[in-house]
Design a protein around this ligand. Structure first.
Ligand code: AMP
Length: 181
C-alpha cells in the first residue's frame, strides 16, 4: 500500500496517475469519491465547499469498502487526521506493507499550484473560493501534518519525505527512487 500524503496542490493526483501507468494499483482517491457522493448528497457538497473535513465514519466506511481487495493499492487523500491514520494502521498494517510518501512543498508553492489549477480550468469549485482554500491549508497544517508526523513514528511503516518542488519528471524520479524502483 502506497499512501500519498501532502498539502493542497502538491501533485498527489499527477503522481498517482504516473504511478498507475507503471503498475496495476487500485487507486483510491477519497476527494473524488466524496465529489461523486456530493452529487446526490448536498450536505457532503456543502462541507466540501467550505473546505472542511467530512466525518470520520463516512471516510472509514468508504475506505474500508475500497480496501476489501487483494490488489496493491494507492491511497490518495486519506488519512488526513490522526484518528484516520490510527484506524488505518490498526486495521490494515497487518494486511499491507504500508509505505507513506510525504510529498513535501512549502505553502507558497501549494498556493501557486492551486492558482495555476484555477487558470488551467481544473473545474474544482473548492479551488475558486479563497476562504475555502485558506481553510483547507489551515486544516492541512493543524490536523493533517500531525497525522503525517504520527505515521512517521509508527514502527514497521516505511516513510519517505520527498521534496517535490522541482520539475514534474524530476520529482517523479525521486518518488521512484524512494519506492526502490
Ligand atoms: P481532495 O480532492 O483530496 O483535496 O479532497 C477534497 C475534499 O474532500 C476535502 O477538502 C474534504 O472536504 C474532503 N475529504 C477528502 N478526503 C478526506 C478525508 N480523508 N477526511 C475528511 N474529508 C476528506
Amino acid at each position: 500500500m502506497i499512501v500519498l500524503m501532502g498539502g493542497q496542490g502538491v501533485g498527489k493526483g499527477t503522481f498517482a496517475r504516473m504511478l498507475c501507468e507503471r503498475h496495476k494499483y487500485k487507486y483510491i482517491e477519497t476527494g473524488k469519491m466524496l465529489r461523486d457522493a456530493a452529487a446526490t448528497n448536498p450536505t457532503v457538497g456543502e462541507i466540501m465547499a467550505r473546505g472542511e473535513l467530512l466525518p470520520f465514519e463516512m471516510l472509514t466506511d468508504l475506505v474500508a469498502n475500497s480496501l476489501n481487495c487483494d490488489s496493491d493499492v494507492l491511497l490518495d487523500g486519506f488519512p488526513r487526521t490522526i484518528d484516520q491514520a490510527t484506524w488505518l494502521v490498526n486495521n490494515y498494517a497487518n494486511k499491507f506493507d504500508i509505505h507513506v510518501l510525504y510529498l513535501n512543498v512549502p505553502e507558497e508553492i501549494m498556493i501557486a499550484r492551486i492558482q495555476k489549477r484555477i487558470r488551467d480550468g481544473g473545474g474544482r469549485a473548492d479551488d475558486a473560493d479563497t476562504a475555502a482554500v485558506r481553510k483547507r491549508l489551515d486544516i492541512f497544517w493543524k490536523t493533517t501534518m500531525p497525522a503525517i508526523e504520527w505515521m512517521q513514528s509508527v514502527p514497521n511503516i516505511k516513510f519517505s519525505d520527498i521534496e517535490v518542488t522541482g520539475a514534474v519528471d524530476d520529482n517523479f524520479k525521486n518518488i521512484l527512487t524512494a519506492l526502490g524502483k
